[in-house]
Structure formats: structure tokens, C-alpha cells
Design a protein around this ligand. Structure first.
Ligand code: NAP
Ligand code: MG
Length: 404
């Protein structure tokens, strides 16, 4: 069978530990036999990041800007223990943070639904995609303690030195605490555009919520920016695609999410997204089934798994033990990136391959073949726990049939 040809390279960002091992297996078993892979390869493994003083991370992000599509393996975010373990020159920053900043992107997380793995909310029959605004609010705050008898004010000094003041609180009878937070119209606008673009791409409704009834200037600004951009740039496109943009209050949206059957995108302010993404990931079941894509406001895409490098399994692997690690979210990062490449370059065979790779992956799990952690959650009667390589070979057995 002739391999599928690509015209434009995909940016490939290799990573660390168990996911780096799985990365190579996925390519060898599931991708290279079918595709004449054109990739612009960057080794984001911690050893090479350290050798290049993290320049490789910046280069990979710039390549994503150039080519438009990337696929990323999980990477170690160094802490003090990793600095020691890898003898690092510095505690390099999170690669995901660096790439997100360069692309000005928003992260969308979407669970893969599999028959036999029931979400904790059984009415969620379609995935709920969550998007978190990853700039500002309490994550870039300034806070102080205030002693009894003091007064806190909000002061803005404009470029000509003119001050505008507002009283926050007079601490007459008690000590207290004060916090200053901000956001940027430019960042909120980028977030809004990334969400509208993603919704058009996925052909799913977009929900956004804040607390504008209480926060009449701050949260209201989020509501207004979303509304303005929707009206002027996206309304007609949404109508043509048969989808809708829906704004409500954060507490109302939480109630609606629980009552829903899924199948929409939920855009969240920074704190809401931090909290709700953990709630959704747990409710849908497994980290091994959570996908993630970074989308920039000008439509560049970087696909990855939501989980990390699965360190515990890696150390077992180094001891020569066979691990049972779930490769599915990493496979879906590849299928997502290849499908997007196929769409952009008008290569329908590449899109069809991506569909079949995903179908074969889900079919394998629905046939009861899965890793240890997933088997513990599955209600299928005929479960068979397999090691990582066997899992991939079983997927390929099904993929071969679909490709024939
Ligand atoms: P993790 O790698 O996601 O693993 C946490 C635990 O979840 C694992 O020990 C394993 O549980 C289970 N798990 C996760 N993915 C799995 C899979 N594919 N198959 C089977 N089980 C899976 O998170 P972590 O241990 O907190 O972080 C490890 C490293 O990853 C850290 O250095 C961190 O910086 C990095 N990290 C990177 C990214 C990224 O690049 N996007 C994201 C998160 C973390 P059991 O051990 O119980 O089997
Ligand atoms: Mg969180």
C-alpha cells in the first residue's frame, strides 16, 4: 500500500520519560507504516532543553507559528528535585507556559468517550470541552495584610500622572486582607477569538460565564468584549455553521453543565477554569483519556495529551519491567494534528487516516483491551489488561483492517 504523502511539515515536539518511550512506539507502530511523515522535529526532552538553554522550546513555538500545526509529547516541568536529578544549569520554565506565551494561545481540554467507561454524571453522553483563560486575575495578583485602623484604596495613575482613587475598605474594627488583580483587554480578546475559532472548528455551541452582576466593571468587561467580538466578527459565521454563543452567570452555567448531555465548549475565566477543569477531568474518568489542544487567536494549533510524563511507570520501565501505560491521549494528539494538517493542506486521505486511527483506538478499548488504570474503571465484562506495546499492536490490528 502506498504511504500517504504530506505537503507541509508538522512541528514535532518530543518530550520526556514514559511518554517519550510511548512517542517512539506510536510513530513506529501506528504512523510511519501509513504516512510519509514530514516533520520539523524539536527535542524538548529535558536533557536537550538544558543543553540549548531552553532555546529549543522557543524555536519549536516559532516553528508552530510558521507551519500552523504542532504535536507535543509531555515534558518535565523542572522543580528542585529535577534540577538535582538532571544536573540542570537552571530551573527551566514550563515548556507549555513558554509555548502558550509565544502563541498567545488558549488551552482546550476534551475527554475521549468510550463505551464501558461511564462518566460520574451518566447523562454526559457527549464530551464537554473546557477552555481556560490562562492570563491574569488572582494568578497575577498583589496582596497585602491590613492592620486595624488602616484604609485601603485603589489608585490608578494615568500616563500624565493624574490619579483616580476609590476606597476599598476602612479597617476600623479588625485587621484584614486586600488583593489587587488585573486583566488586559488584549488578552481577553485573544481568549475570546480562540474560543470562537475553536467552536467554529468543532461545530459546537460555545458557553461563557462570569459574575458580571456582582463585578460590574471587571467581570462585565469580559462579558462586553466577548459580546463585541461575537457581534462584529463571528455572528454570521456561527449562524452559517448552525451553532450558538451563549452567555450566562457562572453559577447558572454550573447548574446547566450538570443537567446537560454534553457536546459543547465551556469557556472559563482563569480561576473558574482551574477549578472546573479538574472537576470535569475527574468526572469523565481518566487522565489517560483527556486530550488537549492549544489554539492561538490567529488559528495555530498545538495538540498534546493532558497528562504528564507518567514518571512512576518510567522508573518501572528503566528497571526492565513491562508497563501498562495508556497511549490513547498521545495517539489522539497525533491524530488531531494530522487531521488539521490534512484540512489545511487539502489532503483528504490524511483526514481519513486520522479518523480511522481514532476509531481503531476506541474500538480496541471497547473490545476490552486496555491499560491497568482504565481496566479498574471499566464495567466491561471481558477486560484484558495489556502492556503498553501490546495495546499499540492491538490498535494497529484494527487500524490495518480499517485502512485495507
Ligand atoms: P502524570 O504524569 O500525569 O501522572 C500521574 C499519575 O496518573 C501516574 O503516575 C499514573 O498513575 C496516572 N497516569 C497519568 N497518565 C497516564 C497514562 N497515560 N496511563 C496510565 N496512567 C496514567 O502527572 P505527574 O506524576 O504529576 O507528573 C509527572 C511529570 O509530568 C512531572 O515532571 C510534570 O512536570 C510533568 N507534567 C507535564 C505535563 C505536560 O507536559 N503537559 C502535564 C502534567 C505534568 P499510577 O502511577 O497510579 O499508575
Ligand atoms: Mg487545577
Amino acid at each position: 500500500m502506498a504511504k500517504i504523502q504530506m505537503t507541509t511539515p508538522l512541528v514535532e515536539m518530543d518530550g520526556d520519560e514514559m511518554t517519550r518511550i510511548i512517542w517512539k512506539m506510536i510513530k513506529d507502530i501506528l504512523i510511519l507504516p501509513y504516512i510519509d511523515l514530514k516533520s520539523d522535529y524539536y527535542d524538548l526532552g529535558l536533557v536537550h532543553r538544558n543543553e540549548t538553554n531552553d532555546q529549543v522550546t522557543v524555536d519549536s513555538a516559532n516553528a508552530t507559528k510558521k507551519y500552523g500545526v504542532a504535536v507535543k509529547c509531555a515534558t518535565i516541568t523542572p522543580n528542585a528535585q529535577r534540577v538535582e536529578e538532571y544536573k540542570l544549569k537552571e530551573m527551566w520554565k514550563s515548556p507549555n507556559g513558554t509555548i502558550r506565551a509565544i502563541l498567545d494561545g488558549t488551552v482546550f481540554r476534551k475527554p475521549i468517550l468510550v463505551n464501558g467507561i461511564t462518566p460520574y454524571i451518566p447523562t454526559w453522553t457527549k464530551p464537554i470541552t473546557i477552555a481556560r483563560h490562562a492570563y491574569g486575575d488572582i494568578y497575577k495578583n498583589t496582596e497585602l495584610k491590613a492592620a486595624q485602623g488602616s484604609k485601603a484604596e485603589l489608585v490608578i495613575t494615568d500616563k500624565d500622572g493624574k490619579e483616580t482613587r476609590a476606597l476599598i475598605q476602612e479597617f476600623k474594627d479588625s485587621d484584614g486582607i486586600v488583593q489587587g488583580v488585573h486583566n488586559l483587554d488584549s488578552s481577553i480578546s485573544s481568549f475570546a477569538r480562540a474560543c470562537f475559532n475553536y467552536a467554529l472548528d468543532a461545530k459546537e455551541n460555545l458557553w461563557f460565564a462570569s459574575k458580571d452582576t456582582i463585578s460590574k466593571t471587571y467581570d462585565h468587561r469580559f462579558k462586553d468584549i466577548f459580546a463585541e467580538i461575537y457581534e462584529t466578527e463571528y455572528k454570521a459565521k456561527f449562524e452559517a455553521a448552525g451553532i450558538e454563543y451563549f452567555y450566562t452567570l457562572i453559577d447558572d452555567v454550573v447548574a446547566r453543565v450538570i443537567r446537560s448531555d454534553g457536546g459543547f465548549i465551556w469557556a472559563c475565566k482563569n480561576y473558574d477554569g482551574d477549578v472546573m477543569s479538574d472537576m470535569l477531568a475527574t468526572a469523565f474518568g481518566s487522565l489517560g483519556l483527556m486530550t488537549s489542544v492549544l489554539v492561538s487567536p490567529d488559528g495555530k494549533y498545538e495538540y498534546e495529551a493532558a497528562h504528564g510524563t507518567v514518571t512512576r511507570h518510567y522508573y518501572a520501565h528503566l528497571k526492565g519491567e513491562k508497563t501498562s501505560t495508556n497511549p490513547i491521549a498521545t495517539i489522539f494528539a497525533w491524530s488531531g494534528a494530522l487531521r488539521k494538517r490534512g484540512e489545511l493542506d487539502n489532503i483528504p486521505e490524511l483526514c481519513a487516516y486520522a479518523d480511522k486511527l481514532e476509531k481503531a483506538s476506541v474500538q480496541t478499548m471497547e473490545d476490552g483491551i486496555m491499560d491497568k488504570n482504565l481496566a479498574a474503571m471499566s464495567k466491561l465484562p471481558n477486560k484484558q489488561v495489556v502492556d503498553t506495546e501490546t495495546f499499540l499492536i492491538e490498535i494497529n490490528n484494527r487500524l490495518k483492517e480499517l485502512m485495507a
